[in-house]
Design a protein. Structure first.
Length: 280
């Protein structure tokens, strides 16, 4: 530590330390590390009947809509997804400290936390519901195995995610902010109008949504991220409804199912939340 301003402080160094103090990696340690690395490999499974694709050719895609996190997934499930209109065409299975899926080799909706749906009437529209956590060392794998199967020409990406309002940087007190609220961040190539104010500096985004947006920026893919800042981390109907302005956006407006039915689903979820909180 410096004792006065301008003093040169030499950083601590291990130079000159006896080699005896260095712990060598044993064969058992290397084997454990190798097994752990293999276990963290991401498996992307694609149904052979996915319309428009073959084993050699990537899947044609005009719109790729990605929901990350339980609230964003619940929003698309309530207002967009309909089992009659969509079919499961792929899944991502992964393992980390916060997410475990089995080693099944088939696309099983009940056995995966990241599913891909294809619109039956327009197979170039893909929906991805990712309710699991993708660790930092797995994000590059996820991007390569997902976007490596999708044709990038004519592609537009929309990302939905949530974030604690405590992470929002502003000169105002976060206690006075009308939480939840939406902010948008887009790539240079995205030229359409966004549905909410843009995210201000010095705020940043992180995790899988940031990785996808950065990937799109590098590959010059039009993409927009809609991030909902909320003070409730768990599944919450108020946070889900905060995404409603996106129903009128160009990528989503012609995909919206019966809003009255969607409202019924949210009411059922709200009733379930109340029941679960009785004994808290």
């Amino acid at each position: 530590m410096a004792t006065f301003f301008g003093e040169v402080v030499v950083a601590p160094s291990r130079a000159g330390v006896d080699d005896e103090e260095e712990t060598e990696e044993t064969a058992e340690d290397r084997e454990i590390r190798r097994e752990l690395q293999e276990k963290r490999e991401i498996a992307a499974l694609w149904a052979p009947g996915a319309a428009g694709s073959t084993a050699e050719e990537p899947l044609p895609c005009s719109r790729f809509i990605l929901a990350v996190g339980h609230n964003a997934v619940a929003f698309l499930s309530s207002f967009i997804l309909d089992s009659v209109c969509w079919k499961v065409v792929g899944a991502v299975k992964l393992w980390n400290e916060w997410c475990q899926t089995t080693n099944a080799t088939n696309v099983l909706p009940t056995d995966s936390f990241c599913l891909f749906y294809q619109l039956i009437s327009d197979p170039t529209v893909l929906l991805c519901l990712c309710s699991c956590y993708v660790a930092e060392d797995q994000q590059f794998q996820w991007l390569e195995k997902v976007f490596g199967h999708i044709r990038k020409e004519g592609l537009q990406v929309t990302i939905l995610s949530t974030c604690p309002v405590a992470e929002y940087k502003t000169q105002e007190s976060t206690l006075t902010l009308p939480s939840p609220f939406l902010k948008a961040l887009k790539t240079k190539e995205f030229e359409e109008e966004v549905c909410c104010p843009l995210l201000e500096q010095p705020n940043i985004v992180r995790d899988l949504p940031a990785a996808v947006l950065s990937y799109c920026q590098v590959w010059q893919i039009p993409a927009v991220l809609y991030q909902c800042y909320t003070d409730i981390i768990k599944l919450d109907t108020v946070t889900i409804e905060a995404f409603k302005p996106l129903l009128y956006s160009k990528p989503l407006k012609n995909l919206v199912k019966d809003v009255s039915e969607s409202t019924k689903i949210l009411k059922m979820l709200r009733t379930s939340e109340t029941h679960n909180n009785i004994y808290i």
